[in-house]
Design a protein around this ligand. Sequence first.
Ligand code: SF4
Length: 278
Amino acid sequence: AWINLVETRYPEVIPMVSTAKSPTGMVCAVIKRFFAKEINKQPSDLFVVGVMPCTAKKFEAARDQLKFNGEPECNISITTREVAELFYAQNLKFSVEREAENRQRGLGKFDEPFAQSSGAAYIFGRTGGVAESVVRFVASQSKKVSKVTSKMIWELPDKSQSIILREFTADEVNYKAVVCHGGCAVDELMKIYKAGMLEVDCVEVMMCPQGCQNGGGQPKLNKKSLILERVKGLNLHDYDNEIKNCIQNEQMLDYIQQHMPKAHDIHEALHTYYQNRK
Ligand code: SF4
């Protein structure tokens, strides 16, 4: 949704937006470009379905920029709420106990190379998680790192949306990141930017208040407190994960080395571009 907003309302910031595809965009690219080859199939033989917390992913799946040889990398994106409705229509129930049991038995994992993931990947689903992942990466490449400080720049009276400044020092270099979530917060952020007062190294924007775990395609929650329970759940997965940082994910590093040995290969498969649609 942020990319849609940038392209249609704030195209002047396109040069500053990361060209990295979204996480689902990267997974779908890997499936169509490399996994298809591994199982001796053509990309068009595979029908890739994204299951996402996000309604904007439906538009993303249809983007011309996310096609490989004319073939959409993601054929269709459905929301988690739609999946839940399909399951309920068939009287199939999710079971937390069964999931925990499967985890204990080492079952229910994704296929390689996606079986191993970092805690940083889990927290992408909540506000502040992407910026924190960047901080973890920078910290892992530095000898001396300070604590991260937080300063509230703006928030709605009910605290459901905010803009927070995070700062830390790594090897004597000071880094600033801004974390912003929710449509009203994004409006405020753009006012700050247009006033020339947004001098930071990294800006994380999530259009949905509290991030993707509260995305427009997620099962609706009656109580706001339950949204924070989802955040706790993601943090718990991060806490439980031995790997905290993407750079520690050896399975993925090997896969990248094998299939995308040159920077150009990574750029081709995992990056994209945007266009002014104002
Ligand atoms: S924050 Fe909302 S709009 Fe943005 S990717 Fe997540 S679910 Fe989609």
